[in-house]
Design a protein around this ligand. Structure first.
Ligand code: PMP
Length: 293
């Protein structure tokens, strides 16, 4: 991904894509003192840009460092990066990390760096898999307790178990993994939040040890506008067995139906389709149809 044309915003300026490099003794690389965002631009406007910029800054604070750019400056950096690429529909990856001045676990004086890259990324899962619903394997790794890791942060270190889980799922022919939390409740997929539908009611896990996704909150709002009841609660895996619909939400994944979890199968249904369309309408800046669900 490093060998391509284009520009990356790096510490305040746009530089050629291939020159956006860090030293191998970067603290963020060795000790995961690194936070990032994932967001999308639709028709030239970045969806909920300010919320993502603020979350990036908050994630850094949760890791004990301050990004030397304000939310306004981060918003401007993201737009400048998209404009330089002439990108009106695509994905953005802001990232911030501790630099390489000192080597060791402690590196309080190390400079904080930030970069923004963007590229075209139409679909997180393949369009065919999305239509049928993706297949999830139960992960062997669990989301850690909030007193084990700063689980509210979108921090690189928390993705170690996500990559392990997703790789194992892919090796077994699944598209993603479903992770339980440290108590055994259903948590999320490796890069997206979890919803299920039962008797026409939406249920989603309480985000008390994983990311309370911006898409998750958007979908809860859209569902309530449609008159659906949404319940946030602790969900046992056994309860998912007889759900009528299951789907994931995320900035990259958008609304993605789930067709299978292990041996349990689901068919993407009315609720999921309605919310996929409503999300598409909202992010593209079109007014929502007032039709009943
Ligand atoms: N959980 C994880 C682990 C994620 O990586 C993401 C994607 N950022 C989400 C949930 C969904 O968050 P959002 O809707 O804010 O993209």
């Amino acid at each position: 991904f490093d060998d391509r044309d284009g520009h990356i915003w790096f510490d305040g300026a746009l530089i050629p894509w291939r020159d956006a490099k860090v030293h191998v003794l970067t603290h963020g690389l060795h000790y995961a003192s690194c936070v990032f965002e994932g967001e999308r631009i639709y028709n030239g406007s970045i969806f909920k840009s300010r919320e993502h910029s603020e979350r990036l800054r908050r994630s850094a604070e949760l890791l004990g460092f301050t990004i030397p750019f304000s939310a306004e400056e981060i918003d401007a950096a993201k737009l400048a990066t998209c404009r330089a690429a002439n990108l009106t529909n695509g994905y953005l990856r802001p990232v911030a990390w501790r630099g390489s001045e000192m080597m060791g676990v402690a590196a309080q004086q190390n400079r904080i760096h930030m970069a923004v890259a963007c590229w075209e990324w139409p679909s997180y899962f393949s369009p065919e898999a999305r239509m049928k619903g993706i297949h999830l394997q139960l992960a062997r790794w669990r989301r850690p307790a909030p007193d084990t890791a700063p689980s509210e942060a979108k921090a690189a270190g928390l993705y170690m178990i996500c990559t392990l889980s997703k790789h194992e799922a892919e090796q077994n022919g699944f598209q993603d993994a479903l992770m339980l939390d440290y108590r055994g409740y259903v948590a999320e997929a490796t890069g997206a939040n979890f919803f299920m539908v039962k008797d026409g009611v939406l249920h989603t896990p309480t985000p008390d040890c994983f990311l309370d996704g911006i898409t998750r909150r958007t979908i809860i709002d859209l569902a309530r506008q449609r008159g659906y009841q949404v319940v946030e609660r602790h969900i046992l895996l056994e309860e998912v067995r007889d759900a009528t619909e299951v789907f994931l939400t995320g900035s990259a994944a958008e609304v993605t139906p789930v067709g299978r979890i292990g041996d349990w199968t689901y068919i993407p249904g009315q609720v999921c389709r309605t919310l996929m369309l409503d999300y598409d309408t909202l992010v593209n800046g079109r007014p929502l149809a007032v039709a009943a669900a």
